[in-house]
Ligand binder design. Structure first.
Ligand SMILES: [Zn+2]
Ligand SMILES: [Zn+2]
Length: 394
């Protein structure tokens, strides 16, 4: 593993990561590629260690492509995928849902959303969600594309048997209909936002943040930190963040949080008092829950002012239930509580535009890079919160 700070050193920091994990070699998990066949890091089944395998290069269907991967990411979802905590996952699985690379081979024609044709060699990213149908009741009547039952997700609900459909790989198969985006941002900078950026952009929109609002973000992982940035971009005057550990709260401050509070050293009563002190005794106008802890959803409701808004974006996996008082915590407060599921193309596209135009915040984020054969170490580091953002560099 190598950690580096982006900024001026970017040029030196890239391309230096050739580490051989002795344990993996001894256990026969590391494959030295003797050919040009793609190498992938696979979760064979829930709770099994990641293995590196060599797989055949896919045959390209018309209007598809092969992407040579520069970077993919390791996020909290990947930890849960390894632990078997998501439903409907077809193992063996190659994780990695947000990735950057170059189009190595194109069969037929691929166009971006502006109608411009892609060429071999172009650097792109792509929306991990594939096959949103624009034909079902959810797509057409509810206009809720993230609930389309036909959607499949690279690195999550596409398994190895579906083709090279995950980013922890030297190559990814861009199936026909994959939404590719030309990447103008520096790959490392874009990946510093990773999947957390479109997720938090969506959450900020769901929160309907108004100019001058005080926004509270619960959680200081990648989604929480990106939510600080998105809330400010939406017009929030002040963003408060409650999370842990210190290093992540520092990252939240660097991202623009006006003040932070460490959850490890403050009780729920302390936290409520702190929020009230910072909001003239009323509570936050909008609270974004990005923790993954069910009780945090109730706290989000309690920390929000009457007639305010709560967005729940941290409950992507089932961590069980919680209880609240419907009279005191919800109805009497005249509260608006909204779930926020997944991202659509618009969130992802605008994320890529934002990082390209205003890269500063993401350039400052600390990244940790791992080779394919270090994927288990990457998962441990993310699970234990030892790194802010882990990337896979195949
Ligand atoms: Zn649909
Ligand atoms: Zn993710």
């Amino acid at each position: 593993m190598r950690t580096w700070q982006l900024n001026a050193e970017l040029g030196d920091a890239c391309g230096l990561f050739v580490f051989f994990d002795v344990d993996f070699e001894a256990r026969g998990l590391y494959t030295v590629s003797s050919s040009n066949m793609p190498n992938v890091a696979v979760i064979p089944k829930p709770n099994a260690p990641v293995e590196v395998r060599e797989v055949p290069e896919p045959d390209l269907e018309p209007d598809s492509a092969l992407l040579e991967v520069d970077l993919s990411e390791v996020c909290g979802t990947d930890v849960y995928l390894q632990q078997g905590r998501l439903e409907g996952v077809p193992y063996p699985l190659v994780p990695g849902h947000v990735s950057v690379g170059r189009l190595q081979k194109i069969r037929g024609e691929l166009f971006d959303v502006n109608g411009k044709r892609f060429s071999e060699g172009d650097r792109i990213t792509f929306l991990d969600v594939h096959r949103t149908c624009n034909a079902c009741w959810y797509c057409l009547v509810a206009k809720a594309g993230t609930r389309c039952p036909n959607r499949r997700v690279y690195g999550i609900t596409y398994g190895l048997d579906d083709g090279l459909c995950g980013g922890w790989s030297t190559h990814i198969y861009m199936k026909p209909g994959t939404r590719c985006i030309r990447l103008d941002a520096v790959p490392e900078t874009f990946m510093a936002g990773g999947c957390a950026l479109p997720t938090s952009l969506h959450a900020a929109e769901r929160g309907d943040i108004k100019i001058g609002d005080t926004v509270l973000v619960l959680g200081s992982g990648p989604v929480g930190i990106n939510a600080v940035v998105m809330a400010l971009m939406r017009g929030a005057l002040r963003v408060l963040c409650i999370g842990a550990p210190h290093a992540r709260l520092d990252a939240a401050s660097n991202a623009g949080a006006a003040d932070t509070l460490n959850i490890e050293t403050h009780s729920e009563a302390d936290r409520l008092a702190w929020v009230l002190e910072n909001t003239n005794g009323r509570g936050a106008d909008v609270t974004i829950e990005a923790t993954g802890v069910p009780d945090a959803v109730v706290q989000a409701m309690r920390f929000t002012r009457d007639a305010g808004t709560v967005v729940v974006v941290g409950q992507y996996t089932d961590h069980g239930s919680t209880s609240f008082n419907p009279h005191l915590d919800l109805n009497k407060k005249h509260l608006d509580v909204r779930g926020c599921w997944g991202s659509e193309f618009s969130h992802f596209y605008r994320s890529a535009q934002i990082v390209a135009e205003r890269p500063d915040v993401w350039e400052r984020m600390e990244l940790s890079s791992y080779g394919l054969n270090e994927a288990n170490e990457a998962l441990r580091a993310v699970a234990e919160g030892r790194v802010l953002k882990a990337l896979i560099k195949p």
